[in-house]
Write a protein that binds this ligand. Structure first.
Ligand SMILES: Cc1ncc(COP(=O)(O)O)c(C=O)c1O
Length: 382
């Protein structure tokens, strides 16, 4: 057999997955994401795509929000990594960035829970074209607002049932996708396939263990996104998913308004989930899980890469914030069980001095606009 035989496409034999027999749709998630630019890189994880950008642009420093998952921090060399604080609305702290960020640095800012940072930050970023701005869209299925950064980073498996992916989109229309890393790993989809075949979703300990195993294998190493993820993103229409998120978010927000971490309008965004504030997010998450209600923490304090001493406020948010799912898998009837369980298991939300429920902006903080209240024990909720 010579080389040309190997390159010939086989005819006959068993069928591969029939997914490609279903044509892509015009209003796909893929199409919506690509309308904001071009794919610069499609890696197996967002952190790998970020590392690719860091290797390409060689920034002086890489700045990440102090409140974000530690996996992202593995994209940058330790010596170049820096963290910046957030405001009580989870927007980047502008005076801090103005003071510390130098020309040629890379700054990543997250659209937390699906909302863009505040307009003041976006305006200040626009004044610094000497900085490499990256918009972290891992929580962001869709947003009406135009991108505010020249690089957009997606991690699709956090938003829908695809196994992997870290898609970096560039506004530079002359760039072509990096495609030199061979093909994806078929085993990456095993957790999703296991869950898919368990039609009544009874055996969650088995497929969740497989999921954890797969997540532990993910890294910032440069490996390609699976064709399966790309094929699904091209075939799943966006609109119904966005509408379901908006509808479910409204329902949860109305039912659990006193627990809600913040009040933000749902128009123009596809919320990632309903962030709620509770005295003890770890305890509530475990109690809900015992009732087969699985709510993620974004993120547990031990999952933040930024130091707990320097970033006390961000760590105190991590102790209290829990994300309730509002995605397309659910409707109001399904979410009623979650609402009832939260009300029963979480102590009634603490009230501030004015009788308002505890909100993210009423956590004691270093920022003056958050009205910090000093207590003997240091950080305490108002
Ligand atoms: C907001 C956010 N951005 C980026 C990432 C990194 O994504 P990935 O796991 O695809 O590297 C995470 C990881 O959890 C995340 O939560």
């Amino acid at each position: 057999m010579n080389d040309s035989d190997i390159l010939l496409r086989p005819i006959g034999g068993f069928f591969g997955l029939g997914l490609l027999d279903v044509p892509p749709v015009v209003d796909s998630i893929w199409q919506a994401w690509m309308s904001n630019g071009r794919p610069a890189v499609m890696a197996w994880t967002a952190r790998a795509a970020l590392k690719w950008l860091i290797d390409l642009r060689r920034p002086g420093k890489v700045w990440l929000p102090a409140y974000t998952c530690r996996q992202l921090a593995t994209a940058a060399p330790q010596s170049d990594l820096r963290f910046y604080p957030l405001t009580c609305e989870l927007s980047p702290d502008i005076p801090f960035l103005q003071q510390h960020v130098r020309a040629g640095d890379l700054v990543m800012a997250t659209n937390f829970f699906g909302w863009a940072p505040d307009e003041e930050f976006i305006a200040s970023a626009a004044e610094r074209p000497d900085v490499i701005w990256v918009e972290d869209r891992a929580h962001c299925l869709w947003m009406e607002r135009q991108p505010w950064a020249s690089w957009l980073l997606y991690s699709p498996r956090k938003l829908l049932g695809v196994p992997d992916g870290g898609i970096l989109i560039t506004q530079d229309r002359s760039m072509f996708p990096e495609s030199s890393w061979g093909s994806g790993d078929a085993a990456v989809a095993i957790p999703e396939l296991m869950r898919f075949e368990d039609r009544n979703e009874i055996d969650n300990s088995t497929w969740h263990a497989a999921f954890r195993c797969r997540e532990a294998r993910f890294s910032a190493e440069l490996r390609p996104m699976s064709h399966l993820t790309a094929a699904l993103l091209r075939r799943i229409p966006l609109r119904l998913l966005v509408e379901a998120r908006q509808r479910n978010y409204r329902f949860l927000a109305e039912q659990l308004s006193s627990y809600q971490a913040w009040q933000k309008p749902v128009e123009g965004v596809a919320p990632f989930g309903l962030p709620i504030m509770t005295e003890n997010a770890a305890g509530l998450s475990a109690a809900l899980a015992a009732e087969r209600l699985f709510c993620s923490r974004h993120w547990a304090s031990e999952d933040l890469a930024a130091g707990a001493v320097e970033f006390r406020w961000e760590h105190s948010v991590a102790e209290r914030l829990l994300t309730l799912p509002c995605d397309h898998r659910y409707d109001e009837a399904g979410l009623k069980r979650l609402v009832e369980a939260v009300r029963r298991l979480a102590p009634a939300p603490r009230l501030d001095r004015n009788g308002r429920p505890l909100k993210i902006d009423s956590l004691s903080a270093r920022l003056p606009q958050c009205s910090p209240v000093a207590t003997a024990g240091g950080i305490a909720a108002l």
